[in-house]
Design a protein around this ligand. Structure first.
Ligand code: ZN
Length: 431
């Protein structure tokens, strides 16, 4: 967190919104300009003081020298050598532009999608012929409310397929003070590694890419035939050989009750986690029993709950005691639907979706019981309705609008910093 320390020294100037941004002057000297390394390191210079995360952290003054800081000719050669020696960049965070120092991530959202194709086998909502007729309707101001409310009514809503638009939207995250996003689009949801590389280079935002298969309905046919070992091999290759490399396993899709192939994929993911030291992120089924059942599966397969994220808690566990029971298992509890403020949840109308204020109350309850180092926050942007271009909240919502609400509700700067910077950095560091 060296950048934060430097920012505090420099002292942020406030705008009328009480938010400001500037760049750290404390960057390490780099002699090679415009290399991949320099590009990869650029986001680390975006400091977080614009959302007031000014407190210095332990270790901030002891910036590690590693591949992130390789600016010199020697450093580049060394980094290449290291890559040969070590299949994953242990001790580093593996972004699409290469390994970086965990202290340089800045504010990080751990469950996002920059590009995704959810049309796949989801198909139209189509409860009536009238609804089916709307499937191909373009998004307009007139239907914007329905696009937002009814997730599967319009095909166009279910595809993020414009790389330039993704970059444009992500710039807003950077402007709000964001440093890193984790893109958890799975192989079977149209993951596009080369496009993520380009978006990262163009925006200066670090991107950690996932490797996974989504829920059974989206599985390609070969999953049914592949063994657990073969599936683990796919994830391990993505984490250790592919260019660009994945930096996390996820999101592993589970429905409820679990489909046997989903269990097989999750067990394979645990195997890959143990082999590579990468973290594992799970999309649990939509049932209050699903998160604990997923943790059971992880433990049965020999996985480490402390390297595991259970996502989408917002739409899965609404009772406080269930959330606490999950935290007691030692996993990361991820509230990743910030910005989705409708209590109506189209994918399961029995669920009372909390709004941002209620999400913060859940988070505060975890902080009070000492679980602050096990909570992650994100927005899971995955539809056009979430984008600014289409009237949505955009990738900057959490930093620009939720952080001030967290302060109003009494969260301290240290707590906010743990949620947005330290916890993601610990999670993403290859063990
Ligand atoms: Zn997701």
């Amino acid at each position: 967190m060296a950048d934060l320390v430097e920012a505090a020294v420099e002292g942020p100037s406030r705008t009328d919104r009480g938010i400001e941004m500037h760049r750290s002057r404390g960057r390490e000297p780099t002699s090679v300009a415009a290399t991949e390394t320099a590009a990869a390191d650029a986001p680390g210079q975006l400091v977080s003081s614009q959302f007031g995360l000014e407190g210095g952290t332990q270790g901030g003054r002891h910036r590690r020298k590693d591949a992130t800081d390789r600016g010199s000719r020697y450093g580049k050669i060394h980094a290449r050598y290291r890559a040969v020696m070590s299949p994953t960049a242990r001790g580093s965070v593996q972004t699409v532009l290469g390994p970086v120092n965990p202290d340089h991530l800045g504010a990080t959202q751990t469950h996002e999608h920059l590009l995704i194709d959810l049309v796949g086998r989801m198909g139209p909502r189509a409860e009536t012929p009238e609804e089916l007729a709307r499937w191909d309707e373009p998004i307009t101001l007139e239907n914007a409310y329905e696009v937002r409310r009814f997730i599967r009514l319009f095909a166009e809503n279910l595809r993020l397929d414009d790389v330039d638009l993704a970059a444009e939207e992500l710039r807003e995250f950077a402007s709000a003070g964001g440093g890193t996003v984790v893109d958890l689009t799975t192989i079977d949801l149209g993951r596009d590694p080369a496009a993520l590389e380009r978006i990262s280079r163009e925006t200066g935002v670090r991107i950690v890419m996932g490797t996974a298969y989504y829920v059974h309905d989206f599985h390609p046919p070969e999953i049914a035939r592949m063994s657990e070992e073969e599936l683990a091999g796919v994830f391990v290759r993505d984490l250790t050989e592919a260019e660009p490399r994945a930096g996390i396993i996820g999101e592993i899709g589970m429905t409820w009750p679990h489909h046997p192939d989903e269990v097989k994929v999750l067990r394979a993911a645990v195997r890959a986690q143990r082999e590579t030291g990468a973290a594992l992120s799970i999309h649990p089924g939509r049932d209050p029993r699903a998160p604990l059942a997923a943790v059971d599966l992880v433990e049965d397969a020999g996985g480490d709950p402390a390297r595991t994220v259970v996502g989408h808690i917002d739409r899965t566990l609404t009772r406080r005691e269930d959330i606490h029971a999950l935290a007691d298992r030692g996993v990361y509890v991820e509230f990743d639907l910030f910005g989705q403020e409708s209590s109506y949840y189209d994918l399961d109308t029995r669920i009372d979706m909390p709004n941002d204020a209620a999400r913060i109350d859940h988070v505060a309850s975890l902080l009070e019981r000492g679980d602050g180092d096990r909570v992650l926050l994100s927005q899971d942007i995955c539809r056009k309705a979430h984008l600014r271009r289409y009237g949505g909240e955009g990738y900057g919502h959490l930093l620009s609008h939720v952080v001030p609400m967290m302060r109003r509700k009494g969260l301290s700067e240290d707590e906010i910093e743990a949620l947005l910077i330290e916890n993601p950095a610990r999670l993403l560091t290859i063990a």
